[in-house]
Design a protein around this ligand. Structure first.
Ligand code: FBP
Length: 340
């Protein structure tokens, strides 16, 4: 008899049993995220049949065209926490202001932030998509609860919608991978305590924006593309227009995802990606797997944003590549020491 599959709920409960002082609230939250992931997966897989592809006819706070599925995924997540007094406030890429639930007075020890559908440009062409989430302990219950460093996350992760639906999360004791078994509708553990390779062979960046980059960034990307077998170059480009999809690849294979800032005077001096519901949660997961996440000058988890939708440059992936990017970014000689 093969061993019983380890469901997400079982894995969470067993982790709770060995966590001193655990109340079970965080466990419930993580289980709900599993359910929300399944509901979003179902909506995505039937979107072409239910008329939910295409634009919603409005712009979000980022000034981006909102897709119908952005709205559907956002609603599913807002509903997911709107009962049981676990969560006080939620914030989303798709909402200008946080939603403070009516249950504020009765407790609700947590705040949850999410990017309901990452990789929006992939929505209508059946490309890879993801949902990114970050969980923090509540403080005063207001938006100030949210503007804190990435170290204050108690849990984070993502659901990846690709050929398979995957869920990866961390609570600070390693990063764990679950695969949705459509036959039973359960996320089953497929890899626990993921360990990211120290270095990789792939890089992901929108080179169509190279004209806007600072010379150091261009030099770094050019360096990866140089033909030098001894140092494992050239790297292969692996950009899917889905941050979650690319980061997940590098979590397994090694490599680096980059969304750099534009050079001073450029349209996006802080890059594109949002601190609280894209960069912080993925940095937590990647660091738990032995990788790194940097702005080029600062560890992403150290960043304290000054607004809910603040953006930062992001270099995330294997330790060697991210440290190399930091060296290029600070103009230091990128080639100290041997590279195997
Ligand atoms: P969304 O959350 O709005 O999708 O933005 C994030 C993202 O789509 C990433 O998933 C992706 O890597 C990047 O933006 C693509 O940006 P660009 O189109 O500039 O390459």
């Amino acid at each position: 008899m093969s061993p019983a599959p380890i469901t997400l709920d079982r894995f969470i409960l067993e982790a709770q049993q060995v966590s001193p002082g655990a109340t079970g609230e965080l466990s419930l939250l993580l289980m709900r995220l599993g359910v929300a992931g399944k509901r979003i997966a179902s909506a995505l897989s039937r979107a072409g049949l239910t008329g939910t592809l295409g634009a919603a006819g409005a712009q979000n706070v980022q000034g981006e065209e909102q897709k119908k599925l952005d709205v559907v995924a956002n609603e599913i997540l807002v509903e997911t926490f709107d009962y049981g007094s676990l969560v006080t406030v939620v914030a989303s890429e798709e909402m200008e202001e946080p939603v403070v639930y009516a249950q504020k007075e009765t407790g609700g020890g947590y705040a949850v932030l999410f990017d309901p559908l990452d990789g929006s440009s992939n929505i209508d062409c059946n490309g890879t998509l993801g949902t990114i989430f970050s969980i923090r302990r509540r403080k005063d219950g207001g938006s100030a609860d949210l503007l804190r460093s990435g170290h204050e996350q108690v849990a984070a992760g993502y659901v990846l919608f690709g050929p398979a639906v995957l869920l990866v999360y961390t609570t600070g004791s390693g990063a764990h991978l679950f695969t949705l078994d459509p036959a039973i509708g359960e996320f089953l553990l497929t890899r626990d305590s993921l360990s990211m390779p120290e270095r990789g062979r792939g890089y992901a960046v929108n080179e169509g924006r190279a004209h806007a980059w600072a010379p150091e960034v261009r030099a770094f990307v050019d360096y990866l593309k140089q033909d030098d077998k001894a140092s494992g170059r050239p790297y292969s480009t692996r950009y899917s227009a889905s941050l979650v999809g690319d980061v997940h690849r590098f979590l397994l294979e090694g490599g680096i995802y980059l969304y750099p800032p534009d050079a001073p005077g450029g349209k996006s001096p802080s890059g594109k990606l949002r601190v609280l519901y894209e960069c912080h949660p993925l940095a937590f997961v990647v660091e738990q797997a032995g990788g790194r996440a940097s702005t080029g000058t600062q560890r992403v988890l150290d960043v304290v944003p000054d607004s809910l939708h603040a953006r930062i440059p992001l270099a995330i992936g294997s330790r060697e590549e991210v440290e190399l990017f930091d060296r290029f970014s600070s103009g230091r000689d990128p080639k100290p020491g041997p590279r195997t």
